[in-house]
Design a protein around this ligand. Structure first.
Ligand SMILES: [Zn+2]
Length: 446
């Protein structure tokens, strides 16, 4: 789509999710999922797998852009590993049993066994092992990809939050020794902090449990939310934050505090691990030292649930009947609603909506591709305003009687601040510039 983004041309099927089906049961359906389905952001294909419709893709691309920028800023190099992974690799690492029932396995026509990768520690180590061992000079090496991952969830639920196919960013770091590996680990953790700060939803970083992944050191990033599967513990006395799986008593394991603490359910959106040579050793991922002697590499792995972030952010911010996005990843930040076709105002404001569109784009370049003209002018202004509100477009500019004056006045609705203001064009530009996070948002593709 080039030029003006017109709502009438956008594939956003707005539907009501039928009530009283298994799908709407509160154990399976969350607020964010219901709203995303109703408002044409995603559509269910099969349980736990979703079509991303254009508005969903636009938001997803913004998350990807933020992640790409931060990964590249620390020297991450983007790769794409195949989705099909030889089962044999998972036998070598010993993980086949730990994750067994959650793996989607298949056989090809030659009777070879594969799984659809849920994560790629084995693949990354195997890649290095099949090349001639690299010189110590080539490290640290940080490889990452953003691809679909698979998990045969017993009960897929909450839409993008616990699906069977999901988009994940996974990075693998390789270092020469533990000291260097710790340096790399901390650099990646810093970049994760920046990613979650840029997205702008309140997050908590805690000490993680390694679970089936194994390993020596781990951190988790969470969005606190009622429907979350994880439980986190925060001690306000000493600032110790951890997954409650690591705590067996009621008091803080660090300082003993038992009152000034918070326990909360949360949605895990990212996880980092340091493994040492747990994968590199069985899979023979080595480097050559100065004397060309081979040694096992030290490995870290770092995941971000890219599609899960979308669901989890909406779960945290949305109202019961209206989506709310962080400015940084909203599919659109501004909607312009011209008068209804055939009205007096429509004749007097012809072209005014499009002129305002172009003017906002040229004064606020970060809004490029992020403004929507709601040209469904056979509908009343009220109906269109409601649709845009429910979709969660933060700034909704309505053209009405006052817009026929010279200079024209517009009605600006800021749905996050819950404000309705009457402003001229330049005041709208200033308002958006001063109030939104818009100028910091990652640019989306056309
Ligand atoms: Zn404490």
């Amino acid at each position: 789509m080039c030029g003006i983004h017109r709502l009438s041309r956008i594939f956003q099927p707005i539907t009501a999710v039928p009530k009283n089906t298994n799908l709407t049961h509160k154990d399976f359906m969350s607020k964010s999922q219901r709203l995303m389905l109703e408002l044409g952001i995603i559509h269910q294909a099969i349980p736990g797998c979703f079509h991303f419709l254009p508005l969903g893709v636009k938001a997803l691309e913004k998350v990807i852009n933020i992640v790409d920028e931060e990964m590249k800023s620390i020297g991450g190099q983007k790769v794409i590993f195949p989705t099909l992974v030889k089962t044999e690799l998972w036998e070598k690492s010993g993980r086949i049993n730990a994750l067994g029932p959650e793996l989607i396995s298949l056989k090809d026509r030659h009777d070879h066994n594969y799984i659809l990768g849920p994560t790629h520690e084995e693949t990354a180590s195997y890649l290095l092992s099949t090349l001639a061992p690299m010189s110590y000079k080539k490290f640290p090496l940080l490889l990452y990809q953003i691809t679909s991952k698979f998990r045969d969830e017993m009960k897929p639920r909450f839409g993008l939050i616990r699906g069977r196919e999901f988009l994940m960013k996974d990075m693998y770091s390789f270092d020469l020794n533990e000291k260097e590996a710790m340096k790399t680990y901390n650099t990646v953790i810093q970049s994760y902090n920046r990613i979650f700060e840029r997205i702008g939803v309140h997050f908590v970083k805690v000490n993680g449990s390694s679970g089936a992944m194994g390993g020596n050191l781990s951190h988790e990033y969470h969005y606190p939310a009622e429907i979350g599967d994880d439980k986190i513990f925060i001690c306000h006395q000493c600032d110790h934050k951890t997954n409650t799986e690591l705590i067996k008593e009621d008091a803080c394991p660090k300082c003993g505090e038992s009152k000034n603490i918070t326990r909360s359910t949360a949605i895990e959106v990212a996880h980092s691990f340091f493994f040492g040579d747990k994968y590199a050793k069985p899979l023979n991922a080595n480097y050559l030292d100065k004397n060309t002697k081979p040694h096992a590499l030290q490995m870290g792995s770092y995941g971000i649930g890219v599609s899960r972030i979308l669901g989890a952010a909406l779960e945290c911010l949305s109202l019961e009947q209206e989506l709310r996005w962080p400015d940084s990843i909203a599919p659109y930040n501004v909607a312009i609603i011209p008068p209804k076709k055939g009205s007096k105002e429509a004749k007097l404001t012809e072209q005014l909506g499009e002129n305002l569109y172009r003017s906002l784009e040229s004064h606020l370049p970060d809004l490029k591709y992020n403004i929507l003209l709601d040209d469904r002018d056979s509908l009343t202004i009220g109906r269109r305003l409601l649709d845009c509100r429910r979709t969660g477009i933060r700034y909704i500019v309505v053209l009405n009687k006052m817009s026929c004056e010279n200079p024209p006045i517009f009605e600006l609705n800021d749905i996050v601040e819950n404000k309705q203001l009457y402003l001229g064009k330049n005041e709208i530009i200033t308002y958006i510039k001063d109030n939104g996070n818009v100028l910091h948002l990652a640019r989306s593709m056309v």
